[in-house]
Design a binder for this molecule. Structure first.
Ligand code: HEM
Length: 107
């Protein structure tokens, strides 16, 4: 299992715009091979930004990497970087990928 996360530092006052872009987007993930789940996360507020993260669970690192080269990825990012992105974000997103070493589920 592999978890891919992107952190977004959103300027104070742009939270609603950011959430609107994400919550109203066309999702292209549901039929992607190896895709398991997606969460949009809102994190702590700092003085100069609010932290958000996208959190995606994949069957394997290979499945995640195949998605990044797919039409589904291109479609999902067709409008990324547009519509006020320059003022909405403090900078580019910060990507982190994690190999899952242990999973504990409820009985
Ligand atoms: C390895 C790099 C990246 C990963 C893993 C990633 C992950 C994702 C995922 C999982 C989605 C949702 C796709 C869907 O629902 O079908 C998404 C959409 C989005 N990503 Fe990325 N992304 C990456 C690069 C970027 C970059 C560089 C930017 C900023 C320039 C960005 C900005 C966005 C935005 C704004 C959306 C919402 C799309 C919309 O406008 O409707 N992503 N990304």
């Amino acid at each position: 299992m592999f978890i891919a996360m992107n952190r977004f530092r959103v300027a104070p006052g742009s939270e609603t715009d950011f959430e609107q872009v994400w919550l109203s987007r066309d999702v292209h993930l549901r039929t992607v091979p190896g895709f398991e789940s997606f969460h949009l996360l809102r994190g702590p507020e700092q003085d100069d930004h609010v932290l958000y993260a996208s959190h995606t669970v994949w069957a394997s690192k290979a499945a995640f990497e195949a998605w990044t080269r797919s039409d589904a990825f291109r479609e999902a990012h067709r409008n990324a970087g547009q519509s006020g992105a320059r003022t909405m974000y403090l900078g580019p997103p910060q990507f982190e990928g994690f190999e899952v070493l242990q999973t504990v589920d409820r009985d």
